[in-house]
Design a binder for this molecule. Structure first.
Ligand SMILES: Nc1ncnc2c1ncn2[C@@H]1O[C@H](COP(=O)(O)OP(=O)(O)OP(=O)(O)O)[C@@H](O)[C@H]1O
Ligand SMILES: [Mg+2]
Length: 397
């Protein structure tokens, strides 16, 4: 049961949040907040109920946005585990300002009962609650973990991962995270033109254990409304992460985000295997040649033999062009799976990557942009199947 604190909420909002059962809810109006903060500081505002720290603080519709954001920021320093939610009408600029202030969600002041339920369900999954129940939470079935893999180097895994994360962020802003699991030579940060202030290695601290409470403070905000966890500069330090640590990291993120997209290194290592075992969706990236296609087939055979291949698998054929002298049918026969998406070899993709602005951000309507949109359509279609099967009580493999 999560403890939710509403700060500066209108009486109507407080009533509606209280009407969602199964949570402890406290509310402080503006005057009450000011008084407590003046006398005992911000800490006392968050510990308002018998020294119980809130799982979630809802910064209500009775506060000016600028004030709510600066409060969210201070809370992040004092209590990084408290999920901060802003009540406001979201627009792109506000979403970004909010993410930079550490706000995890924005809800409209007219949020429906269902929307409030979803929001409060998230408080149950917050790192504080997760840690209380289990330091290694099980993957969340209604959330997708999309691992982008491919045995050969340079086939376009990072291009696919960054574009897919960006496209998913359009449907789930603030609820998508991209993890660069190419621990030695990951370049997702460069492809997105972001300078990470923290890296994966830091998530595990010097003791080598994951601190779920501070994990979200280590994520870098991308301007398109999603989070990124980058690899470090030094190949040696990052490569020491164990498969168990990878699982723990991905499970923590999956408990907090609707979409977790994972970029991986070429070939197969223990970290990638662990990620694939946790995944709901596997995107297999190959380039338009038989050697790359055969390598994908061997990868799939190996994953199936080990029992770790997720049910949802899609082949993305990159660098598709007429000059390759090989047809889609031949490549499909070599892979043993249908090719569902063809990404053309394109100057736009190359240029976009070099500029650090994925093609889906710069030129969404070009052929390659549409191909990445199609990848997202496939992921979302699988998501719907999983959901509806769950409703019907069908066991999803
Ligand atoms: N469809 C495309 N058209 C043109 N260039 C592309 C395309 N896809 C990727 N590239 C370029 O090919 C190179 C390799 O792409 P990318 O880094 O995405 O591959 P990767 O599989 O992640 O490689 P690595 O093995 O280094 O991790 C990059 O320079 C990228 O800009
Ligand atoms: Mg790469």
């Amino acid at each position: 049961m999560a403890y939710i604190l509403i700060l500066g909420g209108s009486p109507d909002l407080v009533d509606r949040v209280r009407s969602v059962p199964g949570h402890i809810v406290s509310a402080l109006d503006r005057a009450g907040m000011d008084e407590l903060a003046r006398v005992n500081g911000l800490e006392s505002v968050l510990n308002v109920r018998d020294d119980m720290l809130a799982d979630m603080a809802i910064l209500g519709d009775g506060l000016p946005v600028a004030e709510a954001l600066s409060m969210a920021e201070s809370m992040g320093t004092l209590f990084p585990s408290v999920d901060r939610v802003l009540v406001a009408e979201p627009d792109t600029e506000l979403v970004l300002r909010a993410m930079r202030s550490g706000v995890r969600d924005i809800v409209s002041r007219d949020a429906t009962e269902d929307e409030l339920k979803v929001l409060m369900h998230r408080a149950d999954r917050s790192p504080t609650s997760v840690r209380r129940d289990d330091a290694n939470p099980p993957p969340n079935d209604l959330h997708r973990m999309i691992v982008v893999s491919g045995p050969k180097g340079g086939v376009g895994r990072s291009t696919v991962a960054t574009n897919v994360a960006l496209a998913l962020a359009r449907t789930a802003p603030m609820d998508t995270v991209l993890v660069d699991l190419d621990l030695q030579f990951g370049d997702a940060g460069e492809l997105l033109d972001i300078t990470p202030s923290h890296t994966i290695a830091e998530a595990f601290g010097s003791a080598g254990s994951l601190d779920g409470l501070i994990l979200k403070t280590l994520l870098t905000v991308h301007r398109a409304g999603f989070y990124v966890l980058c690899t470090g500069e030094s190949p040696a330090s990052s490569d020491e992460m164990s498969a168990a640590q990878v699982r723990q990291l991905l499970r923590q993120l999956s408990a907090q985000f609707r979409y977790v997209v994972v970029d991986t290194a070429a070939g197969m290592n223990d970290q990638t295997l662990a990620a694939i075992d946790e995944a709901s969706d596997l995107l297999l990236v190959a380039s338009m040649d038989l050697s790359s296609a055969r390598a994908v087939r061997r990868e799939v055979d190996m994953l199936v033999a080990r029992g770790v291949a997720p049910a949802s698998r899609h082949v993305v054929m990159n660098f598709a062009d007429r000059q390759s002298g090989i047809g889609v049918r031949e490549v499909e026969a070599a892979i043993g799976l249908p090719i569902e998406v063809l990404v053309p070899r394109s100057r736009e993709v190359k240029l976009s990557n070099d500029l650090g602005r994925p093609v889906i951000e710069r030129k969404r309507r070009c052929a390659a942009g549409k191909a990445f949109d199609r990848v997202v359509d496939l992921i979302r279609a699988d998501e719907l199947v999983t959901r509806s099967n769950k409703h019907r009580g069908v066991l999803v493999p």
